[in-house]
Design a protein around this ligand. Structure first.
Ligand code: ATP
Ligand code: PRP
Length: 212
């Protein structure tokens, strides 16, 4: 049995066409079903529905053979125990530094101010500011980072931006790019060795279905 770990929402939606290219179709919709293990039209393939942040953990320990996770999540996890053979080019966005609309980010950097930054992506943020030679105090949050600068918890946020609507709705502006984000296929290392005959056709189908 091949187990594929996915999160519901945008990853599940954007993965559905890739799964279809590999001849895999979930028998239930994770948005309406409360089941965490979804059977598919193929007897040898099942899907497990987990939090986006937990996908690499299931693959690392071999509880899932394959998974799909954002580069943001993989970088924070560290990627131990898995290969990342394919950039699926889905769930694309950018990781950005953002501040309140009236805040002069450049000036505060020039003045050598020590900024407080809220983020879910502590590792990526630490590396970004270290590379710029900036001293910052990082505060870990698990969501709604946009609130931080509005209530005095922080000067800046590091978060994902796609349309920019969330920033605009909260009177924030993006000031710096941390990096491009998209989702990757991940494969448990031991599983690839043991089950290559079963896994390789799925990897190949995904590879040919990736949008150019
Ligand atoms: P968790 O439930 O573990 O807290 P989450 O709520 O961030 O995770 P999703 O919102 O489903 O989970 O995001 C899954 C992935 O989609 C993220 O890891 C990221 O790579 C990508 N992503 C997040 N926000 C956007 C966005 N606005 N546009 C495009 N891709 C995004
Ligand atoms: C992500 C991210 C931003 C938003 C950016 O949140 O954390 O808040 O998308 O997208 P935009 O630039 O198109 O507005 P998401 O929608 O995944 O909500 P969640 O983190 O609460 O799951």
């Amino acid at each position: 049995m091949i187990t594929i770990a996915l999160s519901k929402g945008r990853i599940f939606e954007e993965t559905t066409p890739l799964l279809a290219a590999a001849g895999i179709r979930a028998l239930e919709d994770p948005e309406s079903s409360r089941k965490l293990i979804l059977l598919t039209n193929r007897e040898d393939v099942r899907l497990i529905i987990v939090r986006a942040t937990d996908v690499p953990t299931y693959v690392q320990y071999g509880a899932a053979d394959l998974g799909i996770a954002g580069k943001d999540v993989l970088d924070e996890h560290g990627g131990e125990g898995m290969y990342q053979p394919l950039d699926l080019k889905i769930a694309k966005c950018k990781m950005m530094v953002a501040v309140r609309e009236g805040f002069d980010y450049e000036a505060s950097i020039r003045q050598g101010a020590r900024l407080k930054v809220v983020t879910k992506y502590v590792k990526a943020a630490r590396e970004h500011f270290a590379a710029k030679g900036m001293h910052v105090d990082l505060i870990k949050l698990y969501g709604s980072m946009e609130l931080g600068p509005l209530v005095g918890l922080a000067d800046a946020i590091v978060d994902l931006v796609s349309t920019g609507n969330t920033l605009r709705a909260n009177s924030l502006k993006a000031v710096e790019e941390v990096g491009d984000i998209s989702s990757r296929l991940i494969v448990n290392q031991a599983s690839l060795k043991l089950n290559r005959a079963q896994l390789q056709p799925i990897l190949d189908a995904f590879a040919s279905a990736i949008k150019k």
